[in-house]
Design a protein around this ligand. Structure first.
Ligand SMILES: O=P(O)(O)O[C@@H]1C[C@H](O)[C@@H](CO)O1
Ligand SMILES: O=c1cc[nH]c(=O)[nH]1
Length: 319
């Protein structure tokens, strides 16, 4: 098995923080972002996306639309009931909404789905000549030893063996990439939560798995090869390793933020405490209220950042 660290990567092109590392791409005449139904010959990326400073991603299309509507209202750019067009309407793979400098994109479930989306998103931002971009995943998760409804800001994404990196097979070889999220960004988000003061929020490690059932030690999948005692022992050892929630995308998200030079954060609400059960039994209303929490936190953060950028002493700096 051969390992390759991310640090060996030399960006082929850099735009003040956002970079790609692919010498083949820079010599390509046209770039088609197939899963977004967007292309550099058919769309003016600089005009469409050149002002993007924040990218927020989450699994569900519905959540990302609701988030962009909420963002429009909070930034004074519209009402929460306004219909915001889906930029990727030519495909049913992902949905994308733009509100001022904020882009909201859905990514589906699991590492392969978000990974494809992130490749195309990073290229989109690169072609649009965006710089100083912050990317935040707003998601749901299963908590470990935390109250349902708590929000976890990920310090580091750990794999199912509690290792702090993302392993990927490329040309038959294992590549490993760091999965540490941006520390200052995490702290800023925690500050926003204290200001909002409506729900418990903590910074902790998140375990990223490739399955919701057996991969997360559930007893209620179609198949299960372990006992309840073994399940509890595994979850307790995750807790002892610093894990406070489990989801399915943070590892590759963290790795690709680092590789592209974007500041990255993962903010997930816990729908249940996995030490107490496996099934998600809360009502739709309660689950909706939970899902909105990461959105509230991130909206507060973005508002604050935009306000800060307009202060006289910062006006000469780029946002
Ligand atoms: O962004 P979401 O809330 O979809 O992320 C978590 C992880 C999986 O994709 C999914 C499983 O229910 O929820
Ligand atoms: O338990 C859960 C809940 C949401 N998402 C997950 O990946 N796991």
């Amino acid at each position: 098995m051969e390992y390759k660290q991310t640090n060996d990567e030399k960006p082929t092109s850099s735009k003040d923080g956002l970079h790609i590392s692919n010498r083949h791409l820079v010599s390509q005449k046209e770039d088609i972002l197939y899963h977004f139904d967007l292309g550099t010959s058919t769309h003016d990326f600089v005009a469409m996306f050149g002002d993007i400073k924040f990218v927020c991603v989450g699994g569900s299309r519905w959540r990302m639309k609701a988030f962009s509507q909420h963002m429009a209202e909070m930034l004074g750019l519209g009402n929460a009931t306004d219909d915001i067009p889906n930029i990727c309407e030519g495909t049913d793979r992902y949905n994308m909404y733009k509100v001022g400098p904020v882009l909201a994109v859905s990514h589906g479930m699991g590492i392969p789905s978000i990974s494809i989306m992130l490749h195309e998103l990073i290229k989109l931002l690169y072609h649009a000549k965006c710089f100083d971009v912050t990317a935040i995943r707003i998601g749901t998760s299963g908590g470990i030893g935390v109250e349902p409804g708590s929000v976890v800001i990920t310090r580091t994404s750990l794999d199912a063996s509690f290792k702090p990196y993302f392993e990927m097979n490329v040309l038959g070889k294992t590549m490993i990439h760091s999965t540490q999220l941006h520390t200052c960004l995490g702290q800023e988000l925690l500050k926003c939560s204290k200001e909002i003061n409506e729900f418990p929020t903590l910074i902790a490690d998140t375990m990223c798995t490739s399955d919701f059932y057996e991969g997360q030690a559930r007893l209620d999948g179609a198949f299960c090869t372990y006992t309840e005692e073994e399940k509890m022992e595994y979850l307790q050892s995750a807790h002892a390793a610093g894990v406070r929630n489990i989801e399915m995308e943070s590892s590759v998200f963290a790795a690709m933020c680092i590789r592209s030079g974007m500041k990255g954060a993962v903010v997930c609400v816990c729908l249940l405490d996995r030490l107490k059960g496996d099934q998600i039994t809360s009502s739709h209303q309660v689950l909706n209220d939970y899902q909105i929490r990461p959105q509230k936190l991130v909206t507060c953060f973005i508002k604050k950042q935009l306000k800060k950028a307009l202060e006289p002493q910062n006006l000469s700096n780029r946002v």
